[in-house]
Design a protein around this ligand. Sequence first.
Ligand code: IPD
Length: 266
Amino acid sequence: MSRELEHELTDLALRIAREAGDLARVRRAEGVHLAATKSSLADIVTDADREVEALIRERLRAVRPGDGFLGEESDSEQGESGITWVVDPIDGTVNYAYGIPSYAVSIAAVQGRAEPGEWDALAAAVYAPASDELFTATRGHGAWLGGRRLSVTTETPAGALLATGFGYDPATHDGDLATVRKVMTIARDLRRAGAASLDLAFVAAGRLDGYFERGLKHWDHAAGALLVSEAGGVVSFADARSSRPMLIAGGTEVHARLRQIIENET
Ligand code: IPD
């Protein structure tokens, strides 16, 4: 894989993420229409999620017809180039539906089997239309917020500012809350902002010291995880073989402490 190609993939991801984010923002202003519920009543998809994903897919196909596609709202496609685009058109759909500005378009290009731990993430863009913030990363070339290079935090003298999230299945809430109780021993405070890609982008930007969440889907974390690792942080999965692996992200020390607490749970 040439360096030029990796940069081309990032440029493509960021251009499409901006265009897709602009469309999401326009549709939000026009009024959101709920299209369907998915795994549970709380797990929703809006017309805008589908329209934005279709736009991203069309733009990618026009430039890179041989690549695979794995998106939240439409069928996946294998491709023959070895590169797959992992896409969440609107991450933070519930925020989006309620008019909370914390939502983002998340686009990653990965190489290898489209399974975390087996793929190599090459390029990533996470665009938050409401704040007009564009986070990007290219493998081996750092993570960026616009023109500013990002670094994870390394010191947490007052405890770690952490974020987490909860899945849509109410049956999993007790377990997730028990984890929160244990993790609070190392926290200065905890956030639940509602968009995993932005939680990861904020870890990369040093706005959070760490993040953990069980049961994320590939499209929730593919781009954000590259942002964190390119910003000098660590991303790993605990309970990798369970149906709800736990993603843990942070600077080296916070990641290690989170991992130790979470692994000692079971
Ligand atoms: C969700 C958000 C949320 C996280 C959920 C995800 P969606 O993605 O990232 O923060 O807690 O686990 O499913 O459904 O809004 O694309």
